[in-house]
Ligand binder design. Structure first.
Ligand code: UD1
Length: 424
């Protein structure tokens, strides 16, 4: 396991005001690894994934797949998958812990012809419906019913067939569901208004290497010609742009100088633009960033949007930076309806923030002050870590098991950059 354990009572203590300096290596992206791992349900021989982050969520997905009958050998970031699913029912105890478990629905249908998946749980950042996943399955010929908390999918004797999918709303997960289900359907599937996140491109590229026929990768319009079978394949998970962005803010908020390695800067363009507008210097190299800041950040408004817009997964962290800006900032959240849960906790550190529906107004203060705070979800936890890194005194952050879901070796990485971090 990584250095974090899944203990709900653990806390992180951070003594702030240390400039972070040095180099940090970014891990593989959780949000790419999860759908890629689900491909093991449809790539039935010798499927290798490299650069898989060791996180609570990837361990959970691994357990879910093992429970379905997939053989997994996990060694230092490399996963080897073999075998076919032997059952079509996903474990309630595992699925309820992670919303991304819904990603097994399509591959199970494709592989077994039927699927029974409990309604998923996950972050408390909004109602997070699954109607678009269901729309995808129906468009590809599945019958879907809901019974006793389960989504139950079945196919008639013609199996999955290509179809037209026009998303009324951009959804990362539903686009991934559509891709994973359509690759083995009979005939052609056309997807419009698809999400274009780098993690989706990673999934589609891996599938094409395995023999799938997906065109339009990186655009909103995908055309998928179904194939009979997927072949063995090896693939390296794209690096985590959200982890990279979080470390960029860690450098900026502590007036540090950090080199962030193993990333594709193009995947972070809008975020880098915003950071530069706050006065942080960001030097871009081929697969790294140098982030350096020498004065208090300037305010700069952002609106979260689907990729290539400003990512919702960096909104909370960016708010920590704007909490100490030299003026007022507006941050508008357009993806999730309840993603300001970090605000009351940041306020405990002295931030001045008011919320009006989907918009937060942040009146920058000179300095945050260490406090006892409670993390409510994955990215909110990182927001509080960042606030604590810049604050005077020591902060005690509760609910840090959320961090274990998405940040690999966070304590070590921060300590190596000079932060004073302790977990107990
Ligand atoms: C993924 C990411 C998450 C990120 C989010 C948006 C993973 C594992 N998680 O989540 O970190 O914050 O993209 O970039 O990759 N929606 C519906 N019906 C559905 C599905 C979604 O209405 O069936 C709505 C959601 O409530 C939300 C919006 O669509 O308002 C976008 O959500 P979506 O892109 O699907 O997020 P996830 O795939 O769950």
């Amino acid at each position: 396991m990584n250095s974090f354990t899944k203990n709900n009572i653990e806390k992180i203590y951070i003594t702030g005001e240390k400039k972070l300096t040095g180099t940090v290596n970014i891990s593989g992206a959780k949000n790419a690894a999860l759908p890629l791992m689900a491909l093991s349900l449809i790539i039935n021989e010798d499927f290798n994934l490299y650069n898989v982050p060791d996180l609570a969520d990837t361990r959970l997905m691994s357990n879910l797949l093992i429970d379905l009958g997939i053989k997994i050998n996990w060694k230092k970031g490399i996963l080897n998958f073999n075998g076919k699913p032997i059952k079509d029912e996903a474990s309630y105890d595992l699925v309820r812990q992670m919303r991304a478990s819904i990603l097994v629905l399509g591959p199970l249908l494709a592989s077994k012809g039927s699927a029974k998946v409990p309604l998923p749980g996950g972050c408390a950042i909004g109602s997070r419906p699954i109607d678009l996943h269901v729309m995808v399955m129906k468009a590809l010929g599945a019958k879907i019913i809901f019974d006793s908390g389960f989504i139950i999918g079945s196919l008639n004797n013609k199996g999955l067939k290509g179809g037209l999918i026009n998303f009324p709303k951009v959804s990362v997960g539903a686009t991934e569901s559509a891709i994973m289900t359509a690759v083995l359907a009979k005939g052609q599937t056309k997807i419009s208004n698809a999400a274009k996140e780098p993690e989706i491109n990673d999934l589609a590229n891996c599938l094409n290497k395995a023999g799938a026929d997906i065109k339009g990768i990186g655009t909103s319009n995908l055309i998928i010609n179904g194939v009979k079978k997927l072949n063995k394949v090896s693939h390296s998970v794209v690096s985590d742009r959200i982890e990279a962005g979080s470390f960029a803010i860690a450098s900026s908020i502590t007036m540090g100088n950090v080199e962030i390695k193993n990333i594709n800067p193009k995947n972070l363009s809008e975020f880098i633009n915003a950071l530069r507008m706050t006065g942080t210097r960001v030097d871009i190299a081929n697969n790294s960033l140098n982030v350096c800041c020498s004065k208090r950040p300037k305010p700069f408004d952002v609106v979260t949007k689907p990729h290539p817009g400003f990512p919702t997964d960096l909104q909370a962290q960016y708010m920590a930076l704007m909490a100490i800006a030299s003026g007022n900032t507006l941050i508008k959240e357009t993806i999730f309806e309840n993603r300001f849960m970090h605000v009351p906790e940041l306020t405990r550190m002295g931030a001045k923030i008011s919320i009006n529906h989907q918009e937060a107004k942040i009146c920058g203060v000179k300095k945050l002050k260490g406090a006892r705070v409670m993390a409510s979800d994955l990215r909110a936890s990182m927001c509080l870590i960042l606030g604590a890194l810049s604050a005077s005194g020591t902060s005690e952050i509760d609910g840090v098991y959320h961090l274990d879901r998405g940040y690999e070796n966070l304590e070590n990485k921060l300590t190596n950059l000079g932060a004073i971090v302790k977990r107990s």
